[in-house]
Ligand binder design. Structure first.
Ligand code: FPP
Length: 259
């Protein structure tokens, strides 16, 4: 509560710059892995009588701002839900636009990401992605592979239930071929079969736009994650909102089932 009041006071008086706020937030542990369900692009556009894709375009610009801030805050991984395995059900023009966004984003901002030491990664089913989308992502992954700052992990054509089923099939295969014994299977080993095998589980999940559900996002990985929901639509999400979410996280007591 105290932190919230202080942040608002700062905003209203304009007495504290973003840099000062970053320094303040960094005095306490920041979440290592932040995952965001970027929701509300369509409603943002509708409110302005614009086509839905205008909301996605605006949302893309917010990705840049939030990536920069996450990097400055010392967050290690930022996972963004950019397209789910269910999003193919949307109108063709919207799907086509969403598949062009990674190219547009990376075409514009890749030099900046390289400069800022960000590593681009992707999790999701690559096979169904259009070639142009995959090329843009793969180029960015290649061009940033030697960076060691923030990992910007796009969840693209990602679905958690499919991921869990596929992991289970791989476990069964390894069991059948003798690579894995039944006694060896535990949570850590199962996690290593998931698309997030090289990341720790998210510490903080943010969902924008007032929806309070997971929408098939990282169901296994979010078991002990702190959730933070806001009514703000993704295109309106700003640095101050991420800072607010992190301050809320810093005020939580994580017990992981203990006392
Ligand atoms: C959900 O809002 C948002 C999406 C399905 C797409 C999210 C994509 C971006 C924010 C841009 C991604 C940028 C890059 C760089 C890949 P919605 O369309 O469901 O909104 P609504 O619930 O208001 O209709």
């Amino acid at each position: 509560m105290f932190n919230k009041i202080r942040l608002w006071k700062n905003q209203n008086n304009n007495s504290s710059t973003l840099r000062e706020k970053i320094e303040e937030v960094r005095k306490l542990p920041v979440p290592e892995h932040v995952a965001i369900i970027m929701d509300g692009n369509g409603r943002w556009a509708k409110k302005r009588a614009l086509p839905r894709i205008a909301g996605h375009h605006e949302g893309m610009k917010v990705v840049r701002k939030i990536t920069k801030l996450a990097n400055s805050l010392g967050i290690k991984t930022l996972t963004l839900y950019a397209f789910s395995t269910e999003n193919w059900k949307r109108p063709k023009n919207e799907v086509e636009y969403l598949m062009k966004l990674p190219e547009e984003f990376l075409g514009t901002f890749l030099p900046e990401l390289i400069e800022e030491n960000v590593q681009v990664e992707m999790m999701g089913y690559k096979d169904q992605l259009p070639v142009h989308t995959l090329h843009a992502i793969e180029k960015a992954i290649e061009d940033t592979k030697n960076n060691d700052g923030l990992v910007l992990n796009f969840a693209l054509n990602y679905g958690s239930r499919s991921e869990i089923i596929d992991a289970t099939k791989k476990v069964l295969n390894d069991y059948k071929s003798g690579i894995l014994k039944e006694s060896e299977l535990n949570e850590e080993v199962f996690s290593s079969y998931l698309m997030t095998s090289n990341h720790k589980d998210p510490d903080l999940l943010i969902r924008t736009s007032g929806e309070i559900r997971l929408s098939n996002f990282m169901l296994w990985q979010l078991a002990y994650t702190e959730f933070w929901f806001t009514d703000v639509l993704w295109p309106d999400f700003r640095e101050k909102h991420l800072i607010e979410a992190i301050e809320a996280f810093q005020n939580r007591q994580r017990r992981f089932g203990g006392i």
